[in-house]
Design a protein around this ligand. Sequence first.
Ligand code: GLY
Length: 261
Amino acid sequence: MHNHTVGRAGYPDRDGFVTLDACIMDENGNCGSVGAIQDIAHPISVARLVMDKTPHVMLVGDGARQFAIEQGIKPEKLLTAESKAAWKKWLKKAEYSPVMNIENKQARQGSKYNHDTIGMLALDAKGNIGGACTTSGMAFKMHGRVGDSPIIGAGLYVDNEVGGATSTGVGEEVIRNVGSFLVVELMRQGMSPEEACKEAVARIIKKKPEVAKQIQVGFLAINKKGEYGAYALQEGFSFAVCDNNKQDLIIPGKYFYKEVK
Ligand code: GLY
């Protein structure tokens, strides 16, 4: 069984194309991102190259792919037999229902398709904060759909004076609220990382209460002191923390609603 939410083996869009989104941001406000890139297994590496080697922040689609290849990254087919079979099965009904939570029990038992995102925040020995975010996005999304993950301020934001934040879940609701930027700004106003994530979740509920009940969004944040916290709409959002002393690989995040049935 492969991970179907990032990179190689990620589920394709409704037309059968695996398109990936990623971004990266450092302590100096440098950032790079790629949206809807195809045939490149590690989009985060391309985002890093956009940051380091271009005057731009974001490249998308064919341009992003072309840039990656020019930079020496070998293209490869990312649609595996397993992902292709899942897509063919989905095509039989082709129900567009991007409202589920891959982390809930039904999804873990394989009865639902969806997406999740890998968001990372790091605090180094000098106290500098950086972050990255990567995903294959929503399973069987419309071709060309880009979520929150490559959008600086939505899927990821770092301000080295304050902290960093990243998100997972249905990107559209994160974008509507510029979620990760919001979390960082709430920390700037004095909230703890968990309080800030909780307030960002509350904004999503306030803006679209009926939608919020049906979807998952989770935020993760760290501040300059190394304090961290998370909060999600639904049960099942967990995160990992590693430092010199410990590796806690599954920390359950707090959440607002009872598990989606
Ligand atoms: N959060 C990932 C996405 O919506 O694509």
